[in-house]
Design a protein around this ligand. Structure first.
Ligand SMILES: Cc1cc2nc3c(=O)[nH]c(=O)nc-3n(C[C@H](O)[C@H](O)[C@H](O)COP(=O)(O)OP(=O)(O)OC[C@H]3O[C@@H](n4cnc5c(N)ncnc54)[C@H](O)[C@@H]3O)c2cc1C
Length: 430
């Protein structure tokens, strides 16, 4: 029986294992899953821990071509475990109380944004919610655990990969693996980096990082958008030439910290049952670099760290829109009450963190968005920084038959649906 080491148990690994079971390959392979989280409750990262918004879209979530029927199959797999699907006369139906809809289905709304220069991104979305998500992932894990040929090893951070002629070994574990599947997400970038050092040919490209802010405002300003589509995604080419996009809208949500090994950034999520009065979403500026610079992750990390240095530790900077616009340090917030706990931020000036071009891109985006959604640029609305989205190095998975990098760590995906679908499709190549 061939041996597979699957490193990481996140969305991509879930898709991979589901694929192995669905296509019947699992009976010919023994799969050891190594996850650094202490146990299932303490595992997972990002969208599998917070929020759980699932999308079906050709225009967002990753740079792979994933047929929508595969995307739907993946999404329905999660929804089924979340108990959000029922069967009527043998047909699947989505339960009525789940948050589900189509973005920019409303033609008038679509045109309003379009005419102002925005590109509204169409997608179908479902929202599981942070609270229901933990149970969903646990149920998936319990089903996989029942499989004879899948062995889970928690509390197992893999730090070393050794490549031999026909097999791999990991850490100091005395076992030869015929296949190595890396599914470590963005958090596992150090491991991917060490693999790339051994196999530099595997990198196809690496030139982008998205940097910006998490924006927070009262629900009522964006009520129409929240009611019509829960998640609105927009792109705009700003006057600086940089493209700015919205990402991860959380109606009645909360702003949170996102912890990396040596810095913290900001993020947001929404719970299905515990609501706040504020909506938050990310406003991200895409920074693309050309030769000789080739370290966008380093660039994004430095800018993120700078916000932590200015805040005096593991904190981010919070500023009102008016002060951001005028480049004044915020000393007092106004009518919008921050949802991030007050030991996680200091009031400050994000103009000391971001380069001028980034600031100008954000302001241009906000001012134009205000033309479509009056109230976006209310002086009291809040900006938290830095929010960063790192794109992993895009890897070439066709190079080796017995080594595959899947999900966000491959650089090709940036969502639960795409990461899981990537794993699902790769399981067929074994
Ligand atoms: C706060 C936040 C909210 C998000 N919300 C959404 C959302 O609502 N909808 C959406 O579609 N996407 C969302 N995303 C993005 C989404 O989470 C990712 O695109 C997706 O989870 C990627 O799947 P993955 O399997 O590649 O990585 P992950 O899901 O991150 O899984 C990687 C796993 O590998 C483990 N690991 C890492 N390194 C090692 C190692 N060295 N050894 C062993 N194990 C290791 C990690 O502990 C983790 O469990 C969000 C991201 C963040 C950060």
């Amino acid at each position: 029986m061939k041996k597979v080491a699957l490193i990481g148990f996140g969305a991509a690994a879930i898709g991979f294992l589901k694929g192995m079971i669905d296509n019947g390959n699992i009976k010919d392979y023994e799969v050891d899953v190594y996850e650094m989280g202490r146990d299932i409750e303490n595992s997972g990262f990002g969208g599998l821990k917070y929020d759980g918004k699932l999308f079906i879209s050709k225009n967002m979530g990753g740079d792979l071509e994933i047929p929508t029927n595969i995307q739907r199959e993946i999404v329905e797999f999660f929804l089924e475990k979340a108990d959000m699907i029922s069967y009527e006369n043998g047909k699947k139906v989505y339960k009525k109380d789940i948050e589900h809809g189509l973005s920019f289905d409303d033609e008038d709304l679509f045109k309003k944004f379009y005419n102002e220069g925005f590109e509204p991104v169409k997608s179908e979305f479902f929202h599981i919610g942070t609270d229901a998500l933990a149970d969903t992932v646990k149920k998936i894990y319990q089903d996989f655990e029942k499989e004879e040929n899948i062995n889970f090893h928690f509390n197992s951070k893999i730090e070393k990969i050794n490549k031999f002629e026909s097999h791999y070994t990991i850490n100091n574990i005395n076992k030869n693996y015929d296949h190595l599947i890396l599914a470590v997400g963005r958090r596992g970038h150090k491991l991917v980096k060490s693999l790339i050092a051994q196999e530099p040919k595997i990198v196809l490209s690496n030139n982008k990082v998205d940097l910006g802010v998490r924006f927070e405002l009262p629900d009522h300003v964006v009520q129409e958008l929240n009611d019509k589509m829960y998640e609105f995604k927009l792109r705009l080419k700003t006057k600086t030439g940089y493209t700015v996009r919205t990402f991860c809208n959380n109606p009645s949500g909360e702003v949170t910290l996102e912890k990396y090994d040596d810095f913290v950034t900001v993020n947001g999520h929404a719970k299905a049952n515990k609501k706040t009065k504020n909506t938050n979403f990310a406003i991200l500026v895409t920074h693309s670099f050309t030769q000789p610079f080739n370290d966008p992750i380093g660039y994004g990390s430095y800018i993120s760290k700078l916000s932590n240095i200015l805040s005096g530790g593991e904190k981010v900077i919070l500023q009102t829109y008016e002060d951001f616009y005028n480049s004044n340090r915020t000393k007092k917030v106004g009518r919008v009450e921050p949802t991030l706990s007050d030991d996680s931020y200091i009031l400050g000036d994000l103009n000391l963190v971001f380069p001028r071009k980034t600031v100008e891109s954000i302001i241009d985006f906000m001012e134009r968005l205000n033309e479509v959604i009056p109230g976006i640029t209310y002086p009291d609305n809040l900006l938290y920084g830095v929010e960063a989205k790192f794109y992993g190095n895009k890897v070439d998975n066709s190079l080796f038959d017995n080594l595959k990098i899947i999900g966000d760590s491959s650089g090709w995906t940036r969502s639960i649906t795409y990461a899981a679908a990537h794993g699902y499709l790769i399981s067929n190549t074994l």
